[in-house]
Design a protein around this ligand. Structure first.
Ligand code: IVH
Length: 681
């Protein structure tokens, strides 16, 4: 070999190692150590050398994740060690019985099993896989199948960024089969379904099906485009390596090999420890970026696991303790329409009460008529309802097999169920509206609710129930009337004592001092969210000049298009809106003079183009967009040369790769949070 070739080979190896290190820190430790620009540079250099010398490409090179072409069909893989399932428990008594059973068995076998140690792990709702590494190189990926024979999904497993193509460490086993769960993060799942629905394609019922379906794609390019991830929790066949003595030891060893394990696993003491772990994880469930359907307890000591053995296809030494289901079947008794702030009629399904997600649910939103048609929900239907965390319950789909002959089609009412005004549905819009405006009590209530809300005038203590009473008794017709309320009037209302009346009056008084942007947002102009309100407040130094702005003037503001410009313009032209504003100002609602434009422009994101990819853990995509816009950034949907920053969350998609290729500055969610923190008030 020539010296030059040797040098190149050495560089190649060095590049691959460095990239693997970075991947490990990023995907497994969740703690990037190298700046992204450095990663890009390494990846570009590696691609450059490999395209000049294709003969030097190895299957474990970080460039080789997506194979070239789809496969024709799946091969079969026989598991040398069967892939087992778990016994389920649904309540504490069943968990206690499990503890007693294994304690008795171990003592009978002569072990001193006092308060024994368990490992608690989240039961991630995805699909089980077995990954085979030979001499540290990834060679085979298989699904569980029937437990004995699975399918060969190697081509797809390779595309999962969190799966190392080569294990870390010096002394690697000759054979190591790592078992784990492949999953799709919640937000990625929602995005996948949203896009499928947009294209009129079939949506996945849940994240588990989406993960399983994605892993069973014949074309690895489709798999690569969806951000799957994986947690490893156990071992299959192992050769040429000494097993640790405990399950916790196995989890640590997996992590050290570079195989991602759940950061939520814990070593627990006795059944009491298991039960409190269940509670802790249950509380975290809604915040976790992936779906879990319970926790798994495993006897920590492998020697005891061996002594306990198996019953049919499940180990005696492990138990899945399930959370209450987040999806249940029930029937639709009726569909009623609620009227919102802008007059929008929202259909709500009245359901046969059902216990789901830990609460009894009797109503679920159906969003709009298009949604009813798309899901084909009829009165009398059996439906799947879902309630996850604190999210509003929703109808997922209809069980068509169970549709009764007398099921009734839902019809949009022609008049408002609250005020009797006409209901109109504009061409091409999915939302139907009551034209009653502030004549409609429902719209008045919602307008006042919005005005008082935390992000608007922030009037503490003025909840929906109270607003209902104020409007129903005609004490308040417009927001300005709130400032005329007296303690006597308030004390006549239900559940209002002297103390709370005074407290509310103080809160009202305090709310008079606000900001221009909050005031504009509080007015409830259609399509003017917080970000637009901030943009308006920034562009106009007084309310008068904004009220006199023409549609053309308004369109000059970044991100205000013709439709929103028309809405703003016509809102301020409307005489009763001008009147309502005048009244508010007469009640001494005021705000400081707007900041000098230079102070705003000083934010590092001002005028920058930003693209988001992957799942953010601290906010939704929409929230992030809203915040970025408020900082003066433009949020784009795809990465190009003119992108200034790409912000990556968990399991970033192809956008991150594109950013690397184009050399765009890639930043983490933490950086985003820092930027938001640095924003001027
Ligand atoms: S252990 C020998 N641990 O649950 C025990 N399974 O109902 C084998 N699962 O097929 C399974 N998270 O797909 C285990 N931390 C975890 C798990 C887990 C999810 C799934 C796995 C398995 C199914 C069994």
């Amino acid at each position: 070999m020539r010296a030059a070739d040797r040098r190149q080979l050495a560089e190649l190896e060095q590049l691959r190692r460095a990239i693997e290190e970075h991947n490990y820190a990023y995907y497994v430790l969740d703690a990037p150590t190298v700046p992204d620009a450095e990663y890009d540079r390494l990846m570009r250099r590696l691609t450059e050398i490999e395209s000049a010398h294709p003969e030097l490409i190895t299957p474990d090179s970080p460039t080789q994740r997506v194979g070239a072409s789809p496969i024709a069909q799946f091969g079969e893989i026989r598991h040398n060690k069967p892939m087992l399932s778990l016994e389920n428990a649904f309540d504490e008594a069943e968990v206690a019985a499990f503890g007693k059973r294994i304690g008795d068995r171990l003592r009978a076998a002569g072990f001193d099993a006092g308060d024994m140690a368990f490992v608690g792990e989240p039961k991630v709702d995805g699909t089980a896989v077995s990954l085979r590494y030979e001499d540290g190189i990834f060679v085979l990926g298989a699904t569980r199948g029937d437990g004995s024979v699975g399918e060969d999904v190697t081509h797809n497993v390779r595309t999962i960024a969190g799966v190392p193509l080569r294990l870390r460490g010096k002394r690697l086993p000759r054979v190591l089969e790592a078992r784990g769960e492949v999953y799709i993060p919640k937000r990625a799942f929602e995005e996948l379904n949203r896009r499928a629905a947009e294209r009129g394609e079939k949506t996945f019922v849940n994240a588990r099906n989406a993960a399983a379906g994605t892993l069973r794609q014949l074309d690895p390019r489709i798999t690569a485009s969806r951000p799957l991830n994986v947690f490893f929790y156990g071992l299959g066949e192992v050769d040429g390596w000494d097993l640790p003595e405990t399950q916790s030891g196995i989890l640590k060893a997996l992590q050290a090999f570079g195989l991602r394990t759940s950061p939520e696993w814990e070593l627990l003491e006795g059944i009491q420890g298991c039960l409190s772990y269940y509670e802790t994880i249950g509380k975290k469930r809604a915040q976790l970026p992936y779906e879990i359907d319970g926790v798994v307890y495993k006897v920590d000591r492998l020697q005891w696991q061996d002594a306990l053995g198996f019953v049919s296809r499940a180990p005696r030494w492990a138990l899945a303790h399930k959370f209450p289901a987040q999806e249940e079947l029930t029937t639709v008794r009726d569909v009623e329409f609620q009227v919102g702030r802008t007059g929008a009629l929202t259909p709500v399904a009245r359901l046969e009460p059902v216990f789901v997600g830990g609460v009894t649910v009797s109503n679920a939103t159906l969003h709009n008529m298009d949604e009813i048609h798309r899901k084909d929900v009829r009165i009398g239907d059996t439906v799947i309802v879902r309630r996850a965390g604190d999210v509003i319950p929703e109808v997922v789909s209809v069980v068509l097999d169970r549709r009764p002959a007398k099921a009734r089609v839902v019809e949009l009412p022609s008049t408002c169920p609250v005020c009797g005004s006409d209901v109109v549905k504009a061409e091409g819009e999915s939302v139907a509206r009551c034209v009653g405006g502030l004549y409609c009590a429902a719209q008045r209530k919602e307008a006042i609710r919005h005005f008082c809300s935390r992000r608007a005038m922030d009037i503490e203590g003025l909840g929906p129930k109270l607003i209902d009473q104020l409007v129903d008794q005609d004490l308040v017709r417009t927001p300005a009337d709130l400032y005329d309320l007296t303690a006597d009037e308030l004390m006549k209302l239900e559940r209002m004592g002297e103390k709370s009346a005074e407290k509310l009056l103080r809160a009202l008084d305090k709310s008079r001092e606000t900001t221009f942007a909050r005031f504009l947002f509080a007015l409830g102009i259609r399509d003017v969210g917080e970000a637009t309100a901030v943009a308006l407040a920034r562009a106009y130094d007084s309310l008068d000049s904004l009220m006199d702005a023409t549609e053309e003037d308004l369109q000059e503001i970044p991100d205000i298009g013709p439709i929103v410009a028309t809405r703003i313009h016509s809102f301020f032209q409307e005489e009763h809106n001008r009147e309502a504003i005048k009244k508010l100002l007469a009640k001494k609602v005021h705000w400081p003079k707007p900041q000098a434009p230079s102070a705003v422009a000083a934010h590092p994101l001002s005028g920058k183009t930003v693209v988001l990819t992957g799942t953010l853990s601290s906010m939704t995509r929409d929230e992030a967009k809203e915040k970025l816009t408020a900082l003066g950034a433009k949020v784009a949907g795809s990465v190009s040369k003119s992108t200034d920053y790409v912000i990556v969350g968990e399991s970033p998609g192809l956008k991150a790769q594109k950013a690397l290729e184009l050399g765009v500055d890639v930043r983490t969610e933490q950086q985003l949070l820092d930027w938001i923190k640095a924003a001027p008030e």
